[in-house]
Design a binder for this molecule. Structure first.
Ligand code: NAD
Length: 425
């Protein structure tokens, strides 16, 4: 008998999207939601692909591929980062958009998830080229984004300046100023205090809560941080300030290691001046692979997805992993780490500080009323601690890993709203 033809994979099918789908499937039994609801949530609502032509500084024209995927509008407008990276694809954006849905729902923010980006090597583009790229990408998305529709934010290789260009482009086309179109803007344009530090500081707030539950003292922990950008750089500083010993950090150029503890402010000053850790010679140099295998108490993964996989998971010698990046641990690695008794604080909880303060920024912009830094920090801690406690208790009650528990809690929030709204028409 002939085998049945395989169903044609959908356009956003990719290893990362399958990873997100597998995690959803693993959460479904404990989430106890209707199959019709689960079926809806397996698909992004909308996926947009655009081409972005720009004139380079040498006057030639180059066309880049741009994407925006909106996974769910069940709980509100969509929210998610924009990344400039050579690996950006529809499939990557779809996976990251789905994770954003769970993250927003877990934190009880009135949003669904989105993600977008442009496939490019941002380091090869000048500031003027990046500005033209951002303005054209924003214009291509103009009908799909909006303060009540989809609100972009920074992600890999995008920053406050990128958001300022997006906000200006959108405002110019609308005819009046719309600060609430993006979050992660400069404070001068309606950005929120503490947004810049929010993700990295949030990672450390979640680590602190976990330490409390585990009966550990944060100040006695030896920490390793992969990624020294917005998330990893701030997380390393926060850990350092709280007295923990940061023994290794790394970026795309490789890592640095000092068992006695690194001078984090000196490393920041070096990166500020030189652009990366490359050439820093005041301690031992290690590779990113070696960094992941260092014996330590807490390993913060704050670089990018797919860093701990079946290939290296059994070599990890940390006691606790905190996922500052999105999707840094593969599903196979998760199982290996679980068997080895290594606790993983999952991305949708651990790095949710960014989107939470983004939500605060949007609320402040809409109300034209701005809060103090201390107020924002306190509100963030309250939100993260509440989510952490719900996840921790659910994990204990159902005897499931924290990632599974975080997904179950998140999926239940979305499913409850979807059941109440029904499938249109
Ligand atoms: P970033 O561009 O500021 O920093 C990324 C850092 O990782 C850089 O130091 C880069 O050199 C390093 N890096 C890249 N590839 C690496 C590799 N293979 N090995 C080691 N280091 C590598 O980006 P970011 O905003 O800090 O984001 C990092 C991760 O956190 C991403 O997964 C992003 O989606 C996630 N995240 C960011 C935010 C935010 O608010 N910025 C919020 C939630 C999640």
């Amino acid at each position: 008998m002939e085998e049945p033809a395989l169903e044609q994979p959908l356009e956003w099918d990719s290893p990362l999207f399958r990873q997100a789908l597998t995690q959803l499937e693993q959460a479904l039994p404990a989430a106890e939601i209707e199959e019709s609801v689960a079926e809806r949530l397996r698909f992004p609502e909308r996926a947009l692909m655009v081409s972005v032509p720009i004139r380079l500084d040498d006057d030639s024209v180059r066309v880049f591929a741009g994407y925006r995927v909106q996974h769910s509008t069940v709980l509100g407008p969509t929210k998610g980062g924009v990344r400039y990276d050579s690996e950006v694809s529809l499939g990557e954006c779809a996976a990251l958009a789905m994770w954003m849905t769970w993250k927003c729902a877990l934190l009880r923010l009135p949003y669904g998830g989105a993600k977008g980006g442009v496939r490019c090597n941002a380091r090869e583009l000048s500031k003027a080229e990046l500005q033209r790229l951002t303005r054209r990408y924003t214009t291509e998305l103009i009908g799909a984004i909006g303060p009540d529709r989809d609100i972009p934010a920074p992600d890999m290789a995008t920053n406050e300046q990128t958001m300022a260009w997006m906000m200006d482009t959108y405002s110019m086309q609308t005819g009046y100023v719309v600060p609430e179109i993006v979050t992660g803007k400069p404070v001068a344009l309606g950005g929120s205090l503490f947004r810049h530090e929010a993700t990295g500081a949030g990672v450390v707030m979640v680590i602190e809560r976990a330490c409390e539950r585990l009966g550990w003292k944060l100040a006695e922990q030896r920490c390793v941080v992969q990624g020294f950008g917005n998330v990893g750089g701030i997380a390393a500083s926060e850990l350092h300030q709280k007295g923990a010993k940061v023994i290794a950090v790394s970026d795309i150029s490789g890592g640095v290691h000092d068992a006695a503890g690194l001078d984090i402010p000196a490393l920041h000053a070096y990166v500020e001046e030189n652009g990366s850790l490359e050439g820093y010679d005041r301690c031992e140099r290690i590779t990113n692979e070696e960094l992941l295998e260092l014996p330590c108490d807490i390993l913060v993964l704050a670089a990018r997805e797919d860093q701990v996989t079946a290939r290296n998971a059994h070599k990890v010698r940390a006691k606790l992993i905190a996922e500052g990046a999105n999707g840094p641990t593969s599903n196979e690695a998760d199982a290996i780490l679980g068997e080895g008794g290594i606790l993983v604080l999952p991305d949708i909880l651990t790095n949710a500080g960014g989107v939470t303060v983004s939500y605060f920024e949007w609320v402040q912009d809409l109300g034209r009323l701005f809060w103090t830094r201390d107020e924002i920090r306190a509100r963030l801690a309250e939100k993260l601690n509440d989510a952490f406690d719900r996840v921790w208790e659910l994990a204990a009650e159902k005897e499931i890993p924290l990632r599974n528990a975080a997904l179950v809690a998140a999926v239940r929030e979305v499913a409850g709203a979807l059941v109440a709204r029904g499938i249109f028409p």
